[in-house]
Design a protein around this ligand. Structure first.
Ligand SMILES: Cc1cc2nc3c(=O)[nH]c(=O)nc-3n(C[C@H](O)[C@H](O)[C@H](O)COP(=O)(O)OP(=O)(O)OC[C@H]3O[C@@H](n4cnc5c(N)ncnc54)[C@H](O)[C@@H]3O)c2cc1C
Length: 258
């Protein structure tokens, strides 16, 4: 069984997340970069499945600048068997369609039985790459799963929303995306971090994927204008005195809160 996890590197959710106001692209320097926390749960599923099922290989695949090597190695430290990083100047500022095309080509190059992704990234938050990749590979997709079961022939899982729970299944090969309702991921231990240094790690360019992918082969979304968020205005202060009750009522009325 070959499980490929689509690992996206993102600026740390708890850190300052900035966009470069010149290029409109995520500012990768000023904030710490981590594995996207939703797909990290998918990685946890793949690694724990491999621990219980001999002959399972877990591959962490990412499309990102070379600096993402460290982040992808964290997936190896968690327990993935090998890493594949797609790096190419032509992918700078890639939009969702180009990202999906490149990931689909890389998946055909690597081979797979199950592809695991997050339901949406915590930075771009498009929520469409998994479906776009499944469409390009002409395979079924089970979206936003909170639980997953897997055997040699099929994958099943529960798609849980506030109102309903859907039980879904698909024959392999297939794509699944996990939601943040999925089980918490493990932290890599020292043994894992040391083992990661020796695990196979491949860096590939577009040309090595054997597909004729060009930024120009279809319309792309581009950033035309960007502006920083206006500084937050300080709120209205009501000091406790004989008028504060009336002042508060007026403030609530003026803002149609009562
Ligand atoms: C603030 C911001 C706004 C953006 N707005 C747009 C826009 O409007 N239109 C547009 O086309 N692009 C946009 N992008 C670019 C877009 O984020 C990238 O193309 C991105 O690689 C894919 O989209 P996503 O992050 O929304 O992924 P989603 O569609 O949310 O995909 C979720 C899952 O796909 C997988 N995945 C996604 N990207 C990668 C990757 N590079 N490597 C490995 N796995 C991956 C992961 O498993 C992830 O959990 C934006 C980026 C940012 C940071």
């Amino acid at each position: 069984m070959k499980i490929v996890v689509l690992v996206k590197e993102v600026p740390d959710t708890w850190g300052e997340r900035l966009l470069d106001l010149e290029t409109g692209l995520a500012d990768r320097v000023s904030s710490e970069r981590v594995i996207d926390e939703i797909v990290e749960r998918g990685l946890e599923f793949a690694i724990s499945f491999a621990e219980k099922n001999d002959g399972t290989e877990v591959i962490a695949l990412s499309m990102a600048p070379e600096e993402a090597t460290g982040t992808l190695r964290k997936a190896l430290a968690m327990g993935a068997d090998r890493g594949v990083l797609i790096v190419d100047e032509a992918l700078h500022g890639a939009d969702i369609t180009l990202t999906a095309q490149v990931l689909a080509a890389a998946l055909e190059h690597i081979g797979f039985d199950l592809i695991v992704s997050g339901d949406q990234s915590t930075d771009g938050a498009g929520g469409v790459v998994p479906s776009a990749v499944a469409e390009l590979l002409d395979i079924p997709q089970l979206p936003r799963l909170a639980t997953v079961d897997l055997n040699e022939k099929e994958v099943t899982g529960a798609h849980v929303t506030d109102r309903i729970t859907l039980s879904l299944s698909a024959p392999l090969p297939a794509m699944i995306s996990v939601s943040e309702r999925f089980a918490e991921p493990r932290f890599p231990n020292f043994k894992g971090i040391m083992a990661a240094k020796k695990k196979p790690f491949e860096v590939l360019g577009i040309a090595e994927l054997g597909k004729n992918i060009s930024v120009l082969d279809r319309p792309r979304s581009i950033m035309t204008e960007i502006a920083g968020k206006p500084p937050r205005e300080s709120g209205v202060k009501v000091t406790a005195d004989e008028n504060s009750g009336r002042d508060l009522a007026e403030f609530l009325k003026k803002n149609q809160l009562i």
